[in-house]
Write a new protein. Structure first.
Lengths: 321, 286, 250
């Protein structure tokens, strides 16, 4: 691990942001807290996806499968009477187990087939939770015991919980970025065969990345489920959300430390704005945003070499007489 | 004779499914693009058909070709203008792009046609033999869909354009070196994909009530059929379609209708993991 | 006779009915340079693929340092000390030259990040690529890419190094430089297997040569003996070269 200046700076900036966010919860009203909690949740999902999709280059669309499985694991655990913290750990564990199973099955596929396999996982998970009524409550949904306490306390409790998870995700990303694990993931992204030849245990690294990503996403699902106290299959396994995550990370910059944060914040804020003013057209406008991001900023905010972009623009300006 | 009824239903359904998926499969195989718009194109075809027959009062045999041609042009235009720029990009980019377009089109459909289910269900009676009952409308729909699929197959094999498309699917660089104009072929193939989606939509309009929400269902089925049958081949789509139809039929019989869709996806996951090249054995794109 | 560091025992590899490698038995000793030659399609690269674990053997066994390599994955074999270059170079295109070489040190040689960096710089200096440290690998010219492959393999701290046509596409002076570098590597005690089509490189470097044809060993021995072998001349060298070679000898 190289604890050089860059890593130190990142940690400093990140921790400052998190501290500011934690302190702010004393001044925000409940609705604002909810928005921030959702924001933190998306950041967790983005950071999780970034490990598999950004650093390793595998276009996973299974984030929501892990999210939903975590949500249901938490819900079922709480219904069985487990305390909330243990239920969240169950959620993370469920995500990790699913990641191992899925990883072994899907990670030898490439490109299109891998992506399709991950989409199929989301669909299968949703159908199973729809039909396995004894366990999941079926299409009617699952009621989860509500957290005790007055609304202010509860709002802050879940906000800080999600923020804490986001902090874990952030630290994990910083660690991955500066460690040989992250280096290996990047090698796998560039050329899997060459990576193997150079001594990278490709299978172990791929499954490891998947497990980390899956556990984080599932934990987010767990906290979400406890917070809203009711989950149903079409909310827990929302196909649109599973595609929004990669778009957010693309916006910010894949395979970077702050890209998922920036992309997530920008997208969620934009979505809130659109929802407030254009509710009838909100999915259409979302579509336009997605198309625009892909056209104009395919490398994202942190991924684009802005200096190269400006240099190109300058040289073009100079070339025209 | 319940099993027989389900089997026949499944087979007929297979014809419709083949038409539904063949456009999607072709686009995926030739352009290497997963067209998330496909489901919405089917729904669009269905709505235009309904509009043409119910609102404008035109006869079916005029409306159906018109709708198909209209969507062909629409598909061609979309590919030429929007998709062509991202053709060489990795799958995440093309998939997300078509997904974004799908959100836009779906929203528009919701606004223009509203979410109330509409249908053209007419009752021309039914054929009966060996205790199996088949509504005539179903046969008609499946037949048209099936025939168009076979026509497409003939076109691909025996026309110049068709062979050019197959050449691009096999090796686009070599095809370009042979003088085939790749952007045109891409746009044409996408247009054909939209055409077949429209045709499937017309058939659907005759058989089921239509809502904008169905686009996701159709897309899902198209995925499954592609994986089952292999990419970019018409026989593959037919095989996949029939297999899915039968699996759903038997699944409904054995486990009940709620599990029918799940069966399809479970089968698809199984095939992806065990036979990445599809049941028909054709090597897909990676 | 010292114990061989690498031994192939009746190794065969069959692809769809074609015997790419046919019952090959060879021994390689520490510190020697062996030339592996033969016409195109003779099975040389397949042999390298078999040793590096990229492709499993259909029959026979490969023994490295006293242990069988059967069933081992490529990354484990790389960590054990066997490195190879690719005929068509496969760098990590979007990573810098330094990072490419670091990869070899990090995983095969098991270094920590700091150590890997130092090791990588050493290897870059040796292959004279130090000036390109921060250049993306995709921007290198062919000759430098070949050197990058070499540097990467060196960083892996190998005991056996297999060079697959590392001189293909290079001009005369670049080849001379390469020969010098390979000699220096061998001087460190590393066993080198050189796959080559250029006879002068084989003659300059290798004490021993092995000739493959249709997957089987056709001739083996000192470079002189092999070049004079009539079977080899007929299959591979051609009578013109043989005549030139014998007149040069005289």
């Amino acid at each position: 691990m190289t604890f050089d200046r860059l890593v130190f700076l990142r940690l400093l900036v990140g921790l400052a942001l998190f501290a500011a966010a934690a302190l702010s919860c004393a001044y925000l009203d409940n609705y604002q807290l909810q928005v921030f909690t959702t924001l933190a949740m998306f950041c967790v999902l983005c950071w999780g996806w970034n490990i598999v999709g950004g650093y390793m280059g595998y276009p996973s669309l299974a984030t929501i499968a892990f999210f939903g499985v975590g949500a249901y694991a938490d819900g079922i655990a709480q219904v069985q009477g487990l305390p909330i913290g243990a239920a969240w750990l169950c959620a993370a564990a469920a995500g990790a187990i699913l990641a191992v199973l899925l990883g072994t099955a899907l990670l030898r596929l490439k490109g299109h087939y891998f992506a399709i396999g991950t989409i199929a996982t989301v669909e299968v998970c949703r159908e199973i939770s729809n039909n396995w009524s004894e366990l999941t409550g079926g299409a009617i949904g699952l009621n989860i015991p509500i957290q005790a306490g007055d609304p202010d306390f509860v709002g802050r409790f879940f906000f800080l919980a999600m923020l804490g998870l986001a902090l874990i995700a952030f630290l994990a990303t910083v660690l991955v970025d500066c460690s040989r694990f992250g280096f290996g993931l990047r090698c796998i992204r560039e050329n899997e065969r060459a990576a193997s030849m150079v001594g990278v245990d490709v299978f172990k690294y791929k499954v490891g990345a998947f497990v980390l990503s899956g556990a984080l996403s599932a934990a987010a699902g767990g906290i979400y489920a406890s917070m809203v106290a009711f989950i149903e299959p079409k909310d827990a396994f929302n196909l649109i959300m599973t595609i929004e995550i990669p778009v957010m990370v693309m916006l910010g910059g894949m395979g970077t430390v702050f890209g998922p944060l920036v992309g997530g914040v920008f997208y969620v804020v934009l979505k809130e704005f659109v929802w407030a003013y254009f509710i009838n057209w909100h999915s259409g406008i979302l579509g336009v945003i997605i198309v625009a991001v892909i056209y104009f900023l395919p490398q994202g905010a942190f991924g684009t070499s802005w200096s190269a972009l400006f240099a190109k623009a300058r040289s073009r300006a100079r070339a025209t007489p | 004779m319940a099993l027989g009824q389900y089997l026949v239903n499944g087979l007929l359904q297979g014809g419709l499914y083949a038409c539904l998926a063949v456009g999607f499969s072709l686009v995926w195989g030739v352009l290497n693009v997963v067209n998330m718009l496909h489901g919405s194109l089917v729904v669009l075809g269905a709505y235009f058909t309904l509009y043409g027959v119910q609102q404008m009062g035109l006869p079916l045999y005029l409306v159906v070709p018109a709708v198909c041609v209209a969507l062909f042009l629409f598909g061609y235009a979309i590919q030429r203008s929007l998709l062509n720029r991202v053709m060489a990009q990795p799958i995440l980019i093309t998939l997300t792009l078509t997904f974004g377009l799908d959100l836009i089109v779906n929203n528009l459909i919701l606004h223009v046609f509203s979410a109330t289910p509409r249908s053209l269900v007419t009752d021309f009676g039914a054929l009966e033999f060996l205790g199996i009952r088949i509504p005539v409308v179903r046969i008609g729909g499946m037949l048209v869909a099936g025939l168009l699929t076979l026509l497409l197959y003939w076109l691909l094999r025996h026309s110049r354009i068709g062979r050019a498309i197959i050449a691009v699917r096999m090796d686009r660089h070599a095809a370009a070196l042979m003088g085939i104009r790749i952007p045109q072929i891409y746009a044409l193939t996408f247009g054909i994909g939209a055409f077949m989606a429209a045709a499937a939509g017309c058939a659907v309009a005759l058989i089921y009530p239509v809502t904008p929400m169905m686009s996701g269902v159709f897309l899902g089925k198209a995925f499954v059929i592609c994986v089952l049958g292999g990419l970019g081949s018409v026989p593959g789509a037919i095989v996949g379609g029939v297999v899915l139809g039968l699996v759903e039929g038997i699944g409904t019989l054995v486990l009940g209708p709620q599990w029918a869709t799940s069966m399809g996806f479970l089968l698809m996951m199984g095939v992806i993991v065990l036979f990445p090249a599809g049941l028909a054995g054709r090597k897909g794109y990676e | 006779m010292s114990t061989p560091i690498l031994e192939l025992k009746s190794v065969s590899r069959v692809f769809d009915g074609v015997r790419a490698v046919d019952n090959v038995s060879l021994r390689f000793h520490p510190g020697e340079i062996v030339g592996l030659i033969g016409p195109n399609g003779a099975g040389k690269t397949t042999l390298v693929n078999l040793i590096s674990g990229f492709v499993p053997a259909s029959a026979g066994d490969i023994v490295y340092d006293g242990r069988s390599l059967a069933g081992h994955k490529p990354h484990a074999i790389a960590r054990g000390g066997i490195a190879r270059t690719f005929q068509i170079v496969q760098p990590f295109a979007n990573m810098t030259v330094l990072e490419n070489v670091m990869a070899g040190a990090l995983y095969a040689a098991g270094c920590g990040m700091k150590e890997a960096r130092e090791r990588a710089v050493e290897c870059l200096v040796f292959t004279r690529l130090d000036g390109f440290r921060d250049t993306p690998a995709s921007q290198l010219a062919l000759a430098n890419r070949k050197r990058l492959e070499l540097a990467k393999s060196l960083a892996m701290n190998p005991r056996v190094l297999m060079l697959d046509e590392v001189n293909a596409g290079l001009n005369s002076s670049e080849i001379d430089e390469a020969i010098g570098m390979i000699r220096q590597i061998a001087a460190r005690g590393i066993t080198i297997i050189v796959i080559e089509h250029l006879m002068r490189v084989v003659r300059a470097l290798a004490q021993r040569a092995v000739v493959l044809h249709h997957g089987a060993v056709v001739s083996e021995g000192s470079t002189d003996t092999v070049f004079n072998d009539p079977q080899v001349i007929e299959a591979y060298l051609g009578t013109k070269f043989a005549k030139r070679f014998t007149t040069e000898q005289a």
